[in-house]
Design a binder for this molecule. Sequence first.
Ligand code: ZN
Length: 282
Amino acid sequence: MGQNLRFLGIVAHPHDFTHFAGTLGVQTALGDTATVVSMTAGVGTHNEKLATELMKPPSEQDPAIINQPAEERAEEKIDELRRACAIFGVTDVRVLGYPDKPFVFERHPDAAEKLREIILEVRPHVIFSQSPYLKGPHGHKSGVQNDHTETANATEMAKSISTLPRLGSGQAPHTVAATYFPGVYFEHEEWDFTVDVSEWFEQRVEAEATYVSQGHTQGYARRRMTLVLGNIGSSVGTMYAEAFVRDKVELLSNITLPESLLKLETQTKLEQIEAITGGGNP
Ligand SMILES: [Zn+2]
């Protein structure tokens, strides 16, 4: 059934991979392989425990939280990422350990070189990348630095230099067939396609709840996934879906339609409602 594809996700922070986690679950279940690389351990990102503590008067602050060593925080974050990835069959997880908030590609030009090494080792067919665009009505290329767009730029550079033969390297160059950006960085009307992750909903909730270091709870995880994945899903006639934007036009050998569209020909309105609700609602 599957094409034995190799997927590579390159993200800025440990939580960013969740935006395509369900899709990786779908693919690994088909026998495809996946690697996830986080540029940073996300030490400076979403430290809600620290923020809460710092809001208190100094006499009430917990010194264990205020003075937590960065390495310990990094270990927590990396452990969460590994556990979240494992839920979707992803065991090859790498954290490059660049500083976050900010991660500035210009200050760490070796980042592209490290990503090139990974690309030449993994030789991915598909890269899930951070979007180089700022979300907004004009979708313009980011002029403002943020960790996500900087990671996208490092990824673009890495992909580009991976295509070039290098003297003395002994390695064959590699061209990545397709790059997809998670739809969360775009407006709804900019999405190119969605992947049905209804079967992976509970795993998405579990993964979301794994990120305790950024204040996630079971209740929050379920609510967030219901709203985010449910919003995408209901717009395309299923319970839960993840959205993507292609980085380039794809050449098709012919037009084939997915089951989800073909069945529209005979599906009644009631059956369409049932598809969105999972048939569980009276
Ligand atoms: Zn992020």
